[in-house]
Write a protein that binds this ligand. Structure first.
Ligand code: SAM
Length: 655
């Protein structure tokens, strides 16, 4: 007759200790449980063999070492409450019961659950309760658990099990296809929404069959989670410097306008991705306008550089006003130099230009109009001086302009700036050839002055009014550019997600009555306009704490639970393109239509109040035609050195 006590001792020594598990508490718990009473009577002689054994319902009692490995990984403490899913004979539950306060064990097979329950009672394990049911759903009545051990292999880690884990709790389970080699994984819940995962090794288990596991026929029991569906639909992006990066965007090449967003104004990856896409659109698809969320006069000096036109005498270096890093950075510099090289080989009409859509540089635009007219038409220049003189007192800090009381003649500068624009537009109509570029530039500056005058005037009437004025100005400037270049002209726009993503499907549009350039372009061009948004989970960003304060490199907090960003992060794909157009993964798009939080970081970043300062609700698939994801991103590199007036070799940034 077998001496089971001796066999048990040998099992502990050879199968468990020799394989590296030496925790005395664990070893003693194996010494305390008579495994021979858990296996079928016919197999008792083999109860301590180094292998799993068959039990009823075509299931198995696991190999002793495998039970020890899972218990060791679960780091059980005496006060713990533990859930075991797939209790089979109840053997593992009995061993665990030696180490902790309470064990809840679930078995899906009726006969096994009844038998295990009777056995556990007979053997006197009074801190184990056995239930019949689908353990892939966990056991909410007794949750949360300090540890969950799943003794059958799932298709994935079931969400209910993650939710029922105590913060600090550990879950150990095999994951993988039925009847194949699977991976034993350990998940530690480190926070309300945070989990860490590690792989322990290759294993073989019977399948976890249930709502959140496999079906009897080997299909997944539940549809994939949203992050998993994102992972399936995501097209992995090559490295940013890989020429293949741009080719993924050929699908947007037939659009008239491609708008490329960014989730912050200080992230290197967003600039470099936009540069790579834009290069491709210019080289392969005939795009000839790069229009950016920057002031017209500053961008105009870059445009003269990239199109090999002479720069203006005495012109200031571009982008010297806050936030300088937004355009004065190495990422933009690299792109600008590429554009200049590209244009060198092109006839003037085929060159791609660089333009600013924004209206903040009121002083720069007034100066540009006057300087141009000084050369082109001194009489008109004198008139411009007089008309713009009205705004001169506020040109350094135009925000003050809106604060002058109505009694002082609120719109007293309005007529002059309107007349100036009208005159220049009329002159532009008459211009010929090369000269037209200069008149176009002057008219754009005059439009900027006119809109900026209104912008600063309505700034104190309400945020929505001034925002709408600014985005309408950007839209009009873009349309003017397209018109000026003719029906074949095609534009790429670089601006923040808040300007690019269709505002009608965001809190800003729905609750604050704000529109944006993305919405206006979509309304005008329909499918000929493609709106592409960008997102990130964490990393660093260049931003200021407040307006006009110095730039700092800030840590970007991990994205909030419940946000689109968190879904993308949970997909586990580091860098991807998600096509959201009709015809893409309809089921996924449908699921993403539920409004969720989205993060917006501008030139200011306030991590302490992040939820309220930087998140708002959006409907991503309606906002954008595509979404570009970089899980971890880094701050842009501002151009070093003092800001000097433009000179040939330092042009266009004056470094
Ligand atoms: N730990 C058990 C023991 O000591 O005897 C052996 C577990 S056996 C390898 C896996 C068990 O998981 C089987 O008894 C199987 O019926 C059970 N099982 C599979 N899917 C389940 C589910 N969704 N809920 C509960 N039990 C499940």
């Amino acid at each position: 007759m077998t001496d089971f006590a001796e066999a048990r001792e040998q099992m502990v020594a050879r199968q468990i200790v020799d394989r590296g598990i030496t925790d005395q508490r664990i070893l003693d718990s194996f010494r305390a449980v008579p495994r021979e009473l858990f296996v079928p009577a016919v197999d008792r002689g083999e109860a301590y063999e180094d292998k799993p054994l068959p039990i009823a319902a075509e299931q198995t009692i696991s190999q002793p070492y495998m039970v020890a490995l899972m218990i060791d990984a679960a780091e059980l403490a005496p006060a713990d409450v533990v859930l075991e899913v797939g209790c089979g004979t109840g053997y593992a539950a009995a061993v665990i019961a030696q180490l902790v306060d309470e064990v809840v064990a679930i078995e899906r097979h009726h006969a096994l659950a009844i038998e295990a329950g009777a056995r556990i009672e007979r053997l006197g394990y009074d801190n184990v309760s056995i239930y019949e049911g689908d353990g892939s759903k966990g056991f909410a009545e007794k949750a949360p658990f300090d540890a969950i051990i799943v003794s059958a292999a799932g298709s994935h880690v079931p969400d209910p099990l993650l939710e029922q884990l105590e913060i600090g709790g550990r879950l150990v389970m095999p994951v993988g296809e039925p009847h194949a080699v699977q991976t034993l994984i350990k998940i530690t819940r480190t926070g309300q929404e945070d989990y860490e995962q590690e792989e322990i090794g290759a294993v073989r288990f019977v399948p976890l069959i249930g709502a959140h596991g496999w079906t009897e026929t080997g299909e997944r029991g539940d549809p994939c989670s949203l992050p998993e569906r994102i992972a399936v639909a995501a097209e992995v992006l090559p490295a940013l410097d890989d020429p293949a990066f741009g080719t993924l965007f050929d699908r947007f090449g037939d659009a008239r306008v491609v708008l490329l967003g960014e989730a912050s104004h200080g992230t290197s990856e967003f600039y470099r991705a936009r540069a790579a896409i834009t290069r491709r659109l210019i080289e392969e698809h005939g795009f000839d306008i790069v229009a950016v969320e920057a002031d017209w006069p500053d961008a105009a000096s870059i445009d003269r550089f990239v199109r090999h036109r002479p720069h203006r005498e005495g012109e200031e270096a571009a982008f010297q006003r806050f936030p300088t890093w937004m355009w004065r950075n190495t990422e933009v510099d690299t792109f600008v130099r590429w554009l200049r090289d590209h244009n060198r080989a092109c006839a003037p009409h085929a060159q791609a230009g660089f333009y600013g859509l924004d209206l903040y540089n009121l002083a720069g635009s007034m100066r540009a109009v006057i300087d141009f007219l000084d050369e082109a038409d001194p009489e008109a220049a004198a008139l411009a001086r007089e008309r713009y003189g009205c705004l001169q007192p506020w040109s350094r800090d135009p925000a003050i302009y809106g604060r002058i009381p109505l009694s002082e003649g609120f719109a007293r500068c309005e007529t002059g700036v309107l007349d100036m624009l009208r005159d220049l537009l009329a002159r532009r109509m008459d211009c010929m050839g090369e000269e037209c570029e200069e008149w176009l530039d002057a008219a754009a500056n005059a439009r900027l002055v006119k809109n900026a005058e209104r912008y600063y005037r309505v700034m104190y009437e309400g945020a929505a009014e001034s925002w709408n004025l600014r985005d309408t100005h950007m839209f009009e400037t873009l349309c003017q550019l397209l018109d000026a270049k003719g029906p074949g002209a095609k534009a790429v726009v670089w601006a923040h997600n808040s300007h690019i993503g269709n505002a009608a499907y965001t809190e800003m549009g729905q609750q604050r009555g704000e529109l944006n350039i993305g919405q206006l372009v979509k309304e005008k061009f329909g499918e000929q306009a493609r709106l592409i948004g960008f997102g990130t989970h964490t990393g660093t960003v260049a931003a200021a704490h407040d307006w006009d304060e110095p730039m700092a490199i800030e840590e970007v907090r991990p994205s909030l639970a419940g946000s689109y960003e968190r879904l993308c992060h949970d997909s586990g794909v580091d860098r991807f393109l998600l096509d959201l157009r009709q015809g893409a993964d309809e089921g996924l798009i449908e699921a993403l239509l539920e409004p969720r939080l989205e993060r917006f970081i501008g030139v200011i970043y306030r991590p302490q109040t992040e939820r309220w300062s930087h998140y708002s609700e959006c409907v991503l698939p309606k906002q954008f035609d595509a979404w570009i994801w970089f899980d971890e991103t880094h701050a842009v590199t501002p151009l070093p050195g003092a800001e000097l007036p433009g000179e040939d070799e330092t042009y266009p940034f004056g470094l």
